[in-house]
Design a protein around this ligand. Structure first.
Ligand SMILES: C[S@@+](CC[C@H](N)C(=O)[O-])C[C@H]1O[C@@H](n2cnc3c(N)ncnc32)[C@H](O)[C@@H]1O
Length: 258
């Protein structure tokens, strides 16, 4: 299939998602398989379908944004977060922490953050700002129903305390839900929150071009307070972190320097 450049323009007009910032080979392979699945033989046909069929449109956005997630993804990193970084942040900034879970998908990550913080901070004081580009995953996050597999890494005491079994799924409790504010946000084009004590952004920038990644890590640095922490995914790194104003604390944790 050709005309991918024109297709990218159309997608931007329809969704505000700029495919030029995503790694092309991988994205194109995914899109081509979806176009074929919908029995279209060209990008133009598929765009026509996107414009007329809401289900196809929703499927496209959802598919494009790749939203696999799970609670306490890479548990050893969460141990560091709970035992080292949260107490340190509380000591530095107090217990009214300003935390942003960027590209939060179905809520597994921000809800894990609430549980992790609850070891040190009263639940009534916890507020996580959670954002994603995809409104379908935000809707799922607000419902808060999860499979046994997605909560497998949740510590047993929290499973008992904060989840109720409903059929084959697990419903997260209202007291955890109350601590998270979900909003739509595009990391490539929307304004970033300011004065963050911690930003958690994991397993999304891997899909972006190096230029888009650099730009986002610089914007995160501008959003963090001095001494604030950036927590990234286990296959990621911030290239050129010193020039961006970060100090590397561990492989996946960076501290914002003056
Ligand atoms: C693989 S999930 C990662 C979820 C979670 N952070 C984790 O590590 O388990 C990637 C998420 O990034 C979101 N995403 C993709 N492009 C985005 C963008 N430009 N702005 C904000 N979120 C985006 C997707 O909708 C998806 O929910």
């Amino acid at each position: 299939m050709d005309n991918y450049e024109a297709f990218k323009d159309q997608v931007y007009k329809l969704t505000k998602i700029d495919l030029s910032s995503y790694k092309e080979k991988q994205m194109r392979r995914r899109i081509d398989s979806l176009v074929k699945k919908n029995k279209c033989t060209s990008y133009d046909d598929y765009v026509k379908l996107l414009k007329t069929d809401k289900n196809v449109f929703d499927e496209f956005v959802n598919f494009l944004t790749i939203n696999v997630s799970e609670f306490y993804r890479n548990p050893e990193q969460w141990d560091l977060l709970v035992n080292e970084f949260v107490p340190e942040l509380v000591k530095k900034f107090g217990d009214n922490l300003n935390i942003w879970s960027a590209a939060c998908s179905t809520g597994d990550e921000p809800y894990s953050l609430v549980m992790a913080l609850s070891k040190h901070i009263d639940l009534r004081k916890i507020k996580i700002h959670a954002t994603d580009i995809d409104k379908q995953v935000i809707a799922t996050a607000k419902v808060g129903l999860y499979s046994e597999k997605s909560i497998a890494n949740v510590p047993d005491e929290y499973k008992k305390k904060f989840f109720t079994k409903v059929g084959n799924s697990y419903q997260i409790s209202d007291e955890i839900k109350r601590c998270v504010d979900f909003k739509e946000h595009n990391l490539l084009s929307d304004a970033y929150p300011k004065n963050c004590d911690m930003i958690v952004c994991r397993n999304v920038l891997i899909y972006f071009t190096d230029e888009a990644k650099d730009d986002i890590y610089k914007k995160f640095a501008a959003s963090l307070k001095t001494g604030g922490i950036l927590f990234i995914g286990s296959t990621e790194q911030v290239s050129g972190y010193k020039d961006m104003g970060y100090k590397r604390r561990y492989s996946f944790f960076y501290e914002k320097e003056q």
